[in-house]
Design a protein around this ligand. Sequence first.
Ligand code: FPP
Length: 249
Amino acid sequence: MTALDTAVIPRHVAIVMDGNGRWANKRFMPRFVGHKRGVDALVRTVKACADRGIEYVTVFAFSSENWKRPEEEVSGLMGLVLVAVSKYLGKLANEGVRIRIVGDREAVSDKVREAWREAEQRTAHNDRITLSVAFNYGGRWDVLQACRRAIVEGVAAEQLTEARLSQYMALSHAPDPDLFIRTGGEVRISNFLLWQVAYSELHFTECLWPDFDEAELDAALATYRARDRRFGGVKPAATTMAVAALPVS
Ligand code: FPP
């Protein structure tokens, strides 16, 4: 889809996939089962987004702070990367999904790094939708690494503009998110895309991530359509009408 009207369909949707653990707890299952079902929900959602003409989806899969979780859960999530890539990479590649990984890869194991490299390489030619998986990612880390890279490249202070710094951010391949969705009932950003969500429309839902489906996505899109995006300005039509209504003296 080209020349999409972003007032109707967001170009870029960012998602905090929260609630996997509670979904599993409610069913007396280990938290890991919730994460596994979370991967299914992710694959389903990417397809639904592509079907609706959304060009970019960015998901928070593992935050810089998630290392604080019990070791068993952390290694479960790392193992899930390998399972998810072997189970779903072919399907996503066939559906025209381009996969990008954003985050600090230094701390992850060679196996996980290799799985991510394979996912990116095998889908590099796709252009239907770009799925960016934030893994070992934090919004503050992103701002800091961007500043460091700019300094290393010798960018002078007076040359460092917002546009220039954006080029060093982990999501420089995507426009800023139009719509930010968080499932699981919490109402916070949790150090996700701090720089990029400056003007995103925020949508919070009680739905636990493994239950997220097309109806939930459509509800989020309906909320988005009802929003009046002004980016700090005023609506041109409203200004014109207000001026036209002034008495002429
Ligand atoms: C938050 O739920 C979810 C996570 C920390 C992990 C999200 C990961 C996935 C959906 C799997 C995607 C993984 C890959 C490999 C792409 P929570 O555990 O905080 O749930 P809770 O708030 O109910 O405890």
